[in-house]
Design a protein around this ligand. Structure first.
Ligand code: FAD
Length: 117
């Protein structure tokens, strides 16, 4: 089967959208268990990412730039930074991370499933 560049890019855009939106909803003050779970989530996201070369490259990037799971802000900034490393690799423009949390407002209101008791 021939690789289809349009589909690969569409997959990338959708995957990044979910990736950044998840990080923008990660707890402000995560428990140790939530921090551990975020690391697992990102590690599995990378391992099972459907494009093989992307998966391989992203896992290598994560090894050199481990997930920052201490707070919502650090996690979201880490996500922006690692996406920028992929942008750099693909010779795409570098994204301004200043307003990363606002940029990925999920539109799901105040109710925070992850933080509920
Ligand atoms: P995308 O990079 O898909 O970004 C979508 C939108 O997100 C942009 O338009 C912008 O609004 C915003 N954005 C851009 N940068 C950031 C940032 N740093 N933080 C927050 N938001 C941002 N493709 C390959 O060819 N080779 C690879 O090795 C490869 N690895 C990938 C690894 C992963 C984990 C993922 C999710 C995708 C990968 N891709 C790879 C796909 C690639 O990153 C792009 O998604 C695809 O080329 C489409 O690019 P795009 O220009 O539409 O913007």
């Amino acid at each position: 089967l021939m690789p289809d560049l349009d589909k690969k890019q569409e997959l990338g855009r959708h995957a990044w959208y979910l990736f950044h939106t998840v990080l923008s909803r990660y707890p402000d003050e995560p428990s140790t268990q939530q921090q551990e779970k975020l690391k697992q989530y990102i590690s599995l996201f990378a391992e099972f990412y459907p494009c093989g070369e992307c998966s391989y490259h992203f896992q290598e990037l994560i090894k050199k730039n481990p997930v920052q799971s201490k707070s919502r802000q650090t996690a979201a900034l880490w996500g922006c930074h690692i996406h920028n490393l992929v942008n750099e690799h693909l010779k795409k423009p570098i994204y301004d991370c200043t307003n990363i949390l606002e940029d990925y407002d999920c539109g799901c209101g105040d109710y925070d499933e992850f933080n509920k008791e």
